[in-house]
Design a protein around this ligand. Structure first.
Ligand code: NAD
Length: 484
């Protein structure tokens, strides 16, 4: 039985590396039917701002699997990256990257004799990648960071499922919950809630800066790692550096309905048409796709042949290093020959995912679904943070707003860039023209009451934005200012 998959060749070196990859898929006899879809530069050029045709979108939604080459985002004009759009549009909530020391690749890990088989799973939708940004004053930009319970639960559950399939012992949650107690705190709390469903696996957590050091010193100690989006973005490039560079970094974007397999690197415009493109990352992404589809023999056959090829060539041009004259066409010849000469059983099978994680697919969905976890918390509004523009020093601003403070809604604190500057503070705290003025009530208040207060404040200072303060089940659900 053949599986239909959508294939987008991509821009820049995309078609060159896709050609090698499709030749390899044919050579290992993968039972796939390839359906080409049009995405990327040519579509943008026709004025389609999403970078994909409606036919491409329908095909991917119908087939559920997309193998894609890197795609270029036109500069300027507020056009969004098609790569990010595709991940978000189809809710591919987990970005999985597998980093493995490959025989034949000279890398930090191989030189240090640290064999690595690390799976890094990065949350792919939320965090600052929502890119919900606003200028608050002419001096102050803000990016809202969303971490949600349903979103965290999806990525954690996927990480544990991957660990089970891989035969891993341990899943590590990486975070910065010591500083961002509510956002990363929720990511971490959800991790341990999901971990309870996987008693055979060890679940632990580490702070992201600590992990950055440990990944360099003892990368072999990690197995499956799950992280929020931005931290995952940074650490996954660090991990790529350990195994030889982005040219060896494959990726899968996993959603319940659509899965996208692509190399981590971009379109490499500087080497297009020079026969210098390293196809390894896209080949390894294709092999992740084969594993995901349960085509394990084909996957191991391909992986084995990739290593044979790399050994034969000794070293492919690594990213950022002046490339030796390795030809992508030569790579293809060696790879196809290696596939013909090797057998799947010869592949190094230890510690690799033995089957894809089975995902729910919902064909024929007509509306986005709204994910809400069972509500357990009693939410009460107990105050408001008003963000105002002012060039006055804190005590002047406080005097200006003091008469709005009442026994029902007390002005309790003013902070600047997160540090308390009133009622106490330091003369050495430099401020910008954007203050947070906190009003708190002793008991629950209604939103209209607080909006009324905001309207009154806005008559005295320019209101930039506001945030309601909540108590959930009697617990404070907002952060204190530094020094409060
Ligand atoms: P890039 O990854 O394309 O290139 C960085 C450097 O790595 C360049 O020197 C390039 O020659 C080299 N390189 C990249 N892939 C290589 C390969 N397979 N073999 C040999 N050398 C390789 O990053 P960039 O220059 O920042 O981005 C170029 C374009 O790619 C931009 O339009 C960007 O938006 C896009 N991009 C797309 C994706 C994606 O499709 N997922 C990811 C990143 C960047």
């Amino acid at each position: 039985m053949t599986t239909k998959i959508a294939v987008a060749h991509g821009d820049g070196i995309g078609p060159e590396i896709m050609e090698v990859t499709l030749a390899a898929l044919r050579a290992v006899g993968a039972p796939l039917e390839l359906v080409p879809v049009e995405m990327g530069a040519s579509v943008y050029a026709r004025g389609e701002r999403t970078g994909m045709t409606s036919e491409a979108r329908d095909t991917v939604e119908r087939l559920g699997i997309l193998l894609k080459g890197p795609m270029e985002t036109p500069k300027g004009g507020g056009v969004k990256s098609i790569n990010v759009t595709a991940r978000k549009l189809w809710n591919t909530y987990a970005n999985k990257r597998v980093f493995r020391t490959l025989r034949g690749v000279d890398s930090v890990a191989s030189r240090g004799r640290h064999p690595i088989e690390l799976t890094l799973i990065r949350e792919n939708i939320e965090d600052t990648y929502g890119a919900v940004e606003h200028m608050q004053t002419h001096d102050v930009a803000q990016c809202r960071r969303f971490i949600t319970r349903p979103g965290s639960e999806q990525v954690h559950r996927y990480a544990f499922e991957v660990a089970l399939r891989k035969g891993a012992r341990r899943v590590t949650c990486v975070h910065k919950a010591n500083i961002m107690k509510l956002t990363d705190g929720l990511f971490l709390k959800t991790f341990y809630e999901v971990a309870a469903d996987y008693p055979t696996l060890v679940a632990d957590d580490l702070i992201v800066d600590d992990v950055a050091m440990r990944l360099v010193m003892t990368p072999e100690a990690f197995d499956v790692v799950v992280l929020p989006n931005l931290q995952g973005d940074i650490l996954s490039d660090l991990a790529a550096g350990l195994v030889g560079g982005l040219g060896y970094a494959p990726a899968a974007n996993i959603g319940d309905h659509v899965q996208i397999f692509e190399a981590v690197h971009g379109t490499a415009p500087d080497i297009v048409g020079k026969d210098l493109a390293n196809p390894t990352a896209l080949l390894l992404s294709a092999s992740m796709m084969l594993r995901h589809l349960g085509l394990l023999d084909c996957a191991s056959h391909l992986e084995n042949a990739i290593e044979t090829t790399l050994l034969a060539m000794r070293r492919c041009p690594d990213l950022g290093v002046p490339p030796p004259p390795i030809r992508a066409t030569r790579y293809r010849e060696l790879l196809v020959a290696a596939i013909e000469q090797t057998k799947p059983t010869e592949a190094r099978e230890s510690q690799r995912e033995r089957m894809g994680v089975s995902l729910r697919t919902e064909l024929g969905r007509t509306q986005p679904r709204v994910m809400v976890s069972p509500k357990s918390g009693r939410e009460e509004i107990v105050g408001v943070d008003l963000f105002v523009e002012s060039s006055d020093p804190p005590d002047v601003l406080a005097r200006h707003l003091a008469e709005l403070s009442s026994s029902a809604l007390r002005m309790t604190m003013i902070s600047n860039r997160g540090t308390q500057v009133w009622p106490t503070g330091s003369a050495f705290t430099d401020c910008v023209n954007h203050y947070r003025v906190r009003f708190e009530a002793d008991g629950p208040r209604t939103a209209p009451e607080l909006l009324q207060l905001a309207a009154t404040v806005s008559e005295r200072a320019r209101l930039c934005s506001l945030e309601m303060l909540l108590r959930v089940d009697g617990e404070r659900a907002f952060s204190l200012a530094q020094g409060q």
